[in-house]
Write a protein that binds this ligand. Structure first.
Ligand code: CA
Ligand code: CA
Length: 257
């Protein structure tokens, strides 16, 4: 009898405990796709720029469309290339003045889910009529479709401002605007005697091999005094962009900025 009383009490107590433990709510499920702006580069001397459109998706997609809205509005879209869209053979078109980017597959090839942000496509634009520097841009009106032509909801990332690429003179290692022997001395001091760090390492990389070292000093001195080849583009005459991608930076490009 005592046993049954104990069991009954335990059942009542257990029921009470269960009743007191709150059931956590299920986490809210957002749209399965996030489209956001990635790296945005801008050449202030020409107005040409590119923006990488980054997509994270829990589901496969079979088509996409979105608008890029610029401030100022005088920006023309030029093309959309590369990324997942190109990898999967999508036809991608841009509306030059409308800002619309449209991608689809004639053969209904799906772009598979991406658990981390991946480049969907790289949109090239031109803003030669931007008087106040790099434009701001936003994504609007994004539409994604599955292979059954049903639309898939998507979240959109925040607006962002294009980043102006640095203009510099190759060889102007000390960024005083004048490539001369002082630049070779400045570079040698950095390399061998603890000299002040370069504000524009690209300017010191006179042979543009992506590394600042003694070869750059030799290359530059040969140019100055022995009829050697001039520094790599953009050269010593006119400020310009680095035509090759490398890990060197140009944080303070001096008179070219
Ligand atoms: Ca100099
Ligand atoms: Ca070099």
């Amino acid at each position: 009898m005592r046993f049954f009383v104990f069991i009954s009490a335990l059942i009542v107590l257990t029921g009470t405990l269960h009743a007191q433990v709150p059931v956590p709510p299920l986490p809210p499920t957002g749209p399965p796709i996030l489209l956001e702006l990635g790296n945005i580069q801008y050449n202030p001397s020409t107005g040409d720029g590119t923006v990488s459109m980054m997509m994270t998706s829990e589901v496969p997609i079979a088509g996409f469309q979105f608008d890029l809205v610029f401030d100022p509005a005088a920006v023309l879209l030029v093309s959309a290339t590369g990324g997942l869209a190109e990898d999967f053979g999508y036809d991608v078109g841009v509306g030059s003045t409308s800002g619309t980017v449209l991608g689809f597959s004639f053969t209904l090839v799906e772009i598979p889910p991406t658990s981390v942000p991946d480049v969907l496509t790289i949109v090239a634009f031109n803003c030669s009529a931007c008087p106040n520097g790099p434009p701001e841009l936003c994504i609007e009106n994004a539409i994604f479709s599955d292979v059954g032509a049903l639309s898939i909801p998507a979240d959109l990332g925040p607006c962002a401002t294009a980043v102006a690429l640095p203009l510099f003179l190759r060889g102007d290692c000390n960024t005083d605007g004048s490539p001369n022997v002082a630049d070779a001395i400045f570079l040698l001091a950095i390399l061998f005697s603890g000299g002040t760090a370069a504000g524009c390492v690209d300017g010191c990389d006179t042979n543009d091999d992506g590394s600042m070292n003694i070869a750059d000093a030799v290359h530059f001195l040969a140019f100055l005094f022995a009829g050697g080849a001039p520094p790599a583009p953009p050269g010593v005459q006119n400020c310009g962009l680095d035509p090759t991608a490398d890990s060197l930076d140009c944080l303070t490009p001096g008179p070219c900025s």
